[in-house]
Design a protein around this ligand. Structure first.
Ligand SMILES: [Cu+2]
Length: 147
């Protein structure tokens, strides 16, 4: 009988183990479903991986502000120096409405108070030129183009 009892215990233990495994497995499935439900949000972070590419593009615009052309304002004569063949590029922001006149190149642009305008043109004339607020006759920058 003792062997039979041991066999019975073994059988019971096996059954319990099987049941436990089944329950755990079923529970595991539920968790996996929950996990797969969570896997959808996990796909969202995967989409975040795509936006990660966007932040990768974001550093590209970030360097763009770095090479911002020099900003010319009133109060001091900004020295702008380029070499022939360069692209002369600078910005102007003043607190008055006027016309910005680049002598030598004879370029003129209207400027509004507080608004930034940008000049960009090829440095094909060497020399030192005045950049002025035309109406005021006020020099705001000195453009120098070396050979
Ligand atoms: Cu002028």
């Amino acid at each position: 009988m003792s062997r039979t009892q041991r066999l019975s215990f073994l059988a019971i233990a096996v059954v319990i183990a099987i049941v436990a495994v089944v329950i755990l497995t079923t529970g595991g499935d539920d968790e996996q479903e929950a996990a797969s439900t969570g896997a959808q949000p996990t796909e969202t972070p995967t989409q975040t991986t795509a936006p990660d590419e966007t932040p990768t593009e974001t550093p590209e615009p970030t360097p763009t502000p770095k090479p911002q052309p020099p900003l010319v304002t009133r109060g001091e004569v900004t020295k702008l120096r380029f070499e022939k063949g360069d692209t002369v590029k600078f910005r102007v922001r003043v607190d008055v409405a006027d016309h910005v006149h680049v002598h030598g190149y004879d370029l003129m642009k209207d400027v509004e108070p507080g608004k930034t305008i940008t000049f960009s043109f090829p440095a094909d004339i060497t020399g030192i030129f005045e950049v002025e607020l035309e109406d005021r006759g006020e020099e705001i920058a000195q453009l120098r183009v070396d050979p």
